[in-house]
Design a protein around this ligand. Structure first.
Ligand SMILES: *[C@@H]1O[C@H](CO)[C@@H](O)[C@H](O)[C@H]1NC(C)=O
Length: 213
């Protein structure tokens, strides 16, 4: 009896939560066109909605259902776009590491690669989720797990070779599965950063990363 009542209560809370957050979700969708639609080094391929299953699938995981300039470049090669969509969906949506650590990895890797495009895409994600991210709040010092994560991102990105003590430092806070996801996150965003830089996506290759001062 008690269990049934609390189950009902959970439903009421869930429905109320959806009702309360719906206007914000919709408002955010309007703001979602984050690219400037400036040229890249190859043309963008943007199939109109309803004409291309893969493009529609990518739209479905983008806030506001709008393809990014990154997607327009990927769609030059459907097989690449399919594989990329699978990896990116996992890293963004099914990652087992804490969300604040995920966004820290992404922004840090973007900064180290001087990839303004990555920073501009993710700064709003980090802010809206209230996830701590390096340089979003320079007055807020990193705590122990964030420090360990930052060191991991720095060694993976700048040195490639990761010293055992740097790995062990982060392992104190994460399971084996999370360590694999952590390394995959930094690795994936090194790929993303180099991809957007070399193809000058949204003409951002030579734009300085706008980190807050
Ligand atoms: C560091 O801060 C994050 C975000 O508030 C928190 O989730 C995490 O548990 C903290 N780590 C430690 C070691 O306190």
């Amino acid at each position: 009896m008690f269990a049934i009542m609390s189950l009902k209560f959970a439903w009421v809370v869930a429905i109320l939560t959806v009702l309360v957050t719906l206007p914000f979700t919709c408002a955010r969708a309007v703001l979602e066109e984050r690219d400037d639609n400036l040229p890249a080094r190859v043309p963008y391929v943007f199939p109109p909605p309803g004409t291309d299953a893969l493009a529609d699938d990518i739209r479905s995981r983008r806030d506001g259902g709008v393809l990014l300039d990154l997607d327009g470049i990927l769609l030059n090669d459907e097989n690449l776009a399919t594989a990329w969509n699978g990896l990116a969906s996992m890293i963004r949506g099914q990652n087992t590491i804490p969300a604040d650590m995920r966004e820290l990895f992404i922004l840090r890797t973007g900064v180290l690669n001087e990839a303004a495009y990555v920073w501009l895409q993710h700064e709003s994600v980090a802010r809206s989720g209230q996830h701590f991210a390096p340089q979003l709040n320079p007055t807020n010092p990193l705590n122990a797990s964030q420090n360990a994560a930052m060191l991991m991102a720095d060694f993976m990105t700048k040195n490639v070779n990761v010293p055992q003590n740097v790995f062990d430092g982060l392992k104190k806070f994460l399971s084996n599965k999370q360590m694999v996801d952590a390394v995959a996150t930094v690795g994936t965003y090194n790929l993303v950063a180099r991809f957007v830089e070399a193809l000058d996506i949204d003409s951002k290759a030579n734009v300085p990363v706008p980190t807050p001062q």
